[in-house]
Design a protein around this ligand. Structure first.
Ligand code: ES4
Ligand code: ZN
Length: 324
């Protein structure tokens, strides 16, 4: 099964590039950029990755990315991830990045965007990997700031494949960002949003109704709302679920508690993704393997999940035809 799942052409649709920062690179960049880290060594960093919930993870995630200072740092971060993903049989990645987290540290927008974009082109040329770029807004910051970032990104609108919504979900409903997402729609940008990870099913409805999203990131709490399940199935809205993330952030105590078999039974379009692989102990393949162990799924189910991801990915139709 491991061989089959490795060879299966997979697309990753839910990945935060800043969440691919492994402790080894964190230390290298801290030294190179003279940034102080509150850890003695790589093992101490790994020991700190014991999270109670989403917020306790986000605190370390925003702190860790402080070592990313130059275009080259973002390029190296992304290339290391792309090489790893390629070796696991990943053929396409839609990556989120968090511009506000970098702007708040005093970096110009050009630093993350140009570093990441160059890595995306290099990965295409060197690895044959296609990629899509998702500019994510931080939902625990003001909506006005998100709108300013979207406008400030005008030199890069052509390079961006979609906008997204991430960070702390509770008390930051999607409706808060209705105006920002209206503007993104006006610019012709597809929209996605995290919803129903820690937040209630009502947030998934809002993401659909107020933001016009074409995919829901996470969405596992849809299981609590039968009417919503029917709608997600009927409109074929893909959910980008991240099993190891849900486990490490204590959304569930064991993988087997995740309602993935029930969501499939209800006819939903699921995809399997890694979210923040450096922090949650695994990449895409590990997430596939963990589901195999937890749910005993056969090859046909995994073929269907991988196909769902290729169908929902932000990639040129010519590329999709080649892959499907
Ligand atoms: C995230 Cl797991 C998760 N949820 C929400 N926002 C995020 N940003 C990075 N990882
Ligand atoms: Zn996420």
């Amino acid at each position: 099964m491991r061989d089959f799942l490795t060879r299966l052409p997979k697309a990753e649709l839910h990945l935060h590039i800043e969440g691919t920062l492994e402790p080894e690179l964190m230390f290298e960049l801290a030294e190179r950029n003279r940034v102080d880290l509150p850890y003695a060594d790589v093992e101490a960093v790994r020991r700190a990755y014991d999270f109670d919930d989403l917020q306790s993870f986000l605190d370390l995630y925003y702190q860790g990315m402080g070592v990313l200072q130059r275009r080259e740092d973002f390029h190296e971060l992304a290339m290391r991830y792309f090489r790893r993903a390629h070796a696991e049989g990943v053929v396409h990645v839609d990556l989120h990045f968090d511009p506000q987290a970098h702007l708040a540290r005093g970096l110009p927008l050009a630093v993350p965007v140009e570093g990441l974009y160059r890595a995306m082109r290099d990965a295409e040329r060197e690895l044959g990997l296609s990629t899509g770029l998702i500019l994510a807004f931080l939902r625990d910051r003001p909506a006005e700031e998100a709108l300013e970032v979207l406008e400030a990104a005008s030199p890069y609108w052509e390079l961006i494949d979609a906008v997204g919504l991430d960070s702390a979900e509770m008390d930051h409903p999607p409706s808060k960002f209705a105006e920002v997402f209206r503007r993104a729609k006006e610019l012709g940008l597809p929209r996605v949003a995290h919803a129903g990870e820690e937040g209630p099913p009502a947030y998934i409805r809002e993401a659909l109704d107020c933001l016009g999203v074409c995919r829901i990131d996470h969405g596992v709490r849809a299981i609590e709302d039968p009417e919503l399940l029917q709608r997600l199935a009927g409109e074929r809205i893909p959910l980008t679920v991240c099993p190891l993330s849900n486990l490490r952030l204590k959304v569930v105590k064991e993988l087997g508690e995740l309602p993935l078999p029930q969501l499939l039974e209800a006819g939903l379009t699921l995809t399997l993704n890694s979210d923040d692989p450096a922090y949650f102990g695994g990449g895409v393949l590990d997430n596939y393997l963990a589901c195999q162990r937890a749910f005993g799924w056969d090859e046909a189910i995994f073929l269907g999940l991988a196909r769902n991801a290729l169908e929902a990915a932000f990639m040129p139709e010519t590329r999709r035809r080649d892959l499907l």
